[in-house]
Design a protein around this ligand. Structure first.
Ligand code: IFM
Length: 476
């Protein structure tokens, strides 16, 4: 692969106050299964065929036992911030306030102390899909009450840690938990009920709004509260009715962005959903739309749709992202076509940095003055390059980062208010239904020995953080 065109430092320089970090999530790295109660991914991982290779995250990176070593790795990288998630069932065994776990609360105190001592800002997310199993038994986010259980937990976290942690996210990618978890069934809890997915999408957002209130009640002055979503441009080929693209864009993007930024769901999407939207009750949108301090954007790739040919909807064609339409009358589920003209990462996702920049510009056009400071809370690529003599040359990952960071820089130049970037992921980890086979880390993890080995991309990212200038890639 040849190197991209050389650019001057001025063309590749980020603002000096730009925040640089890396991200992980609790279930994907923590391990220490015996130190917490069960969550829906523990159960889903035991369903035959649900996770590649039957993998589960009982140990994963064993991060909670190796946190000193891991914080040292972050410090060596020069990270300014570390986005992690808190495991709800590690804090509250049955998900509610009556079941506090001093052990779990203490583990996060220790982690935050280590991070702060190393000069790294912890940026926790409260719900990154690992719902307590005890709450799933009560209907999970299908049950409207779950929004209040979530807010109770959020308030407790602000009370417990709000003196040392300022920046928080409520949810991570609520679209995924709603639609992959309850419509396509690829994620826990593995349901195929699009109406339930709509309710879960709404109740998570309601929980987000209630959490903002609960957290601000604990710490009215200091907290900077946000939510993390995963929007993307949506494209259809010639076989697709443009109205279907409008509906997919509505369900994936506008359903989440409009209420948190504008305080209302998009009217056309509510209309598409018909009776399924009855989960939205009077007053809910106002709760969801209260002040937001920042918005996290996770971006990996644009989404491409076609109507599947008969007989080609088997697992091998199941996309990472599907958008089952919420409209009860929609006959066919769209699927992601292979796009032979686009390069793809190791996991098979198209590489579309121009779509990243286009979506960021769209945010300014669509939301104008309602837009809040943005952080890219995840971006990265899965590749599994071999270790040779202790070194992993992951040039393709660096090229992916390089292309997306240049796209990001151009959108900042166009006035998009992006204030920081978190690489996904700091470590190889449990990649949900893909198990441990897909590796996103800038740090390699040997899941037999738990040894950590920074890849070449980690050194490249270190240089970027140290200089605020995207390092030139050399030809390989
Ligand atoms: O690993 C996930 C993460 O948990 C949420 N965003 C996408 C990543 C890659 O699939």
């Amino acid at each position: 692969m040849s190197s991209p065109a050389q650019s001057s430092p001025a063309q590749s320089r980020f603002p000096s106050d730009f925040l640089w970090g890396a991200a992980t999530s609790s279930h994907q790295i923590e391990g220490d299964r015996s130190g917490r109660s069960g969550n829906i991914w523990d159960s889903f991982s035991r369903v035959p065929g649900a996770v590649v290779n039957g993998d589960h995250a009982d140990v994963a990176c064993d991060h909670l036992w190796l946190m000193e070593r891991d914080v040292q790795i972050m410090s060596d990288l020069g990270l300014q911030a570390y986005r992690l998630s808190i495991s709800w069932p590690r804090i509250l065994a049955d998900g509610t306030l009556s079941s506090r776990s001093p052990l779990g609360i203490g583990q996060y105190h220790r982690l935050f102390e280590l991070l702060l001592a190393a000069g790294i800002e912890p940026v926790p997310t409260l719900f990154h899909w690992d719902l307590p199993q005890a709450l799933e038994a009560r209907g999970g986010f299908r049950n409207r009450d779950c929004a209040w259980w979530f807010a109770d937990y959020a308030g407790l976290m602000a009370q417990e840690f709000g003196d040392v942690i300022t920046r928080w996210a409520t949810l991570n990618e609520p679209w995924c938990h709603a639609y992959l978890g309850h419509a396509s069934g690829e994620h826990a809890p593995g349901m195929s009920d699009p109406q339930a997915a709509v309710a879960v999408a709404h109740h998570q957002l309601l929980g987000h709004g209630l959490a903002l209130t609960a957290m601000r009640a604990e710490r009215p002055e200091t907290l900077q509260l946000g939510v993390v979503v995963n929007p993307a441009p949506v494209h259809g080929d010639a076989a697709i009715d443009p109205d279907l693209i409008r509906r997919i864009d509505g369900t994936l993007n506008r359903w989440f962005l409009d209420p948190v930024l504008l305080g209302r769901y998009p009217a056309d999407v509510l209309d598409d959903m018909g009776p399924w939207a009855s989960c939205v009750q009077p007053g809910d949108e106002e709760i969801i739309g209260q002040r937001l301090d920042w918005l996290g954007i996770n971006y990996y790739n644009d989404h491409f749709f076609t109507i599947p040919e008969t007989g080609t909807t088997g697992p091998e064609r199941t996309p990472h992202i599907t958008a089952p339409s919420a409209r009860p009358t929609l006959p066919a589920r769209p699927t992601l076509p292979a796009r032979p003209t686009l390069p793809v990462t190791g996991i098979g996702w198209p590489i579309t940095p121009e779509g990243f920049a286009a979506f960021l510009r769209r945010m300014v056009i669509d939301y104008g003055d309602a837009l809040v400071p943005l952080y890219i809370t995840e971006n990265g690529a899965a590749y599994d390059d071999p270790m040779i003599d202790g070194r992993i040359d992951d040039t393709r990952r660096m090229e992916y980062y390089d292309a997306h960071l240049r796209a990001l820089l151009s959108s900042i130049g166009d006035g998009v208010p992006v204030r920081g970037y978190f690489a996904w992921s700091l470590f190889d980890n449990f990649e949900w239904a893909h198990g441990f086979g897909q590796r996103f880390g800038i740090v390699h993890v040997d899941f037999d020995t738990l040894a950590r080995t920074p890849r070449a991309s980690a050194g490249w990212y270190h240089d970027l953080i140290a200089t605020s200038v995207i390092p030139e890639l050399t030809a390989s």
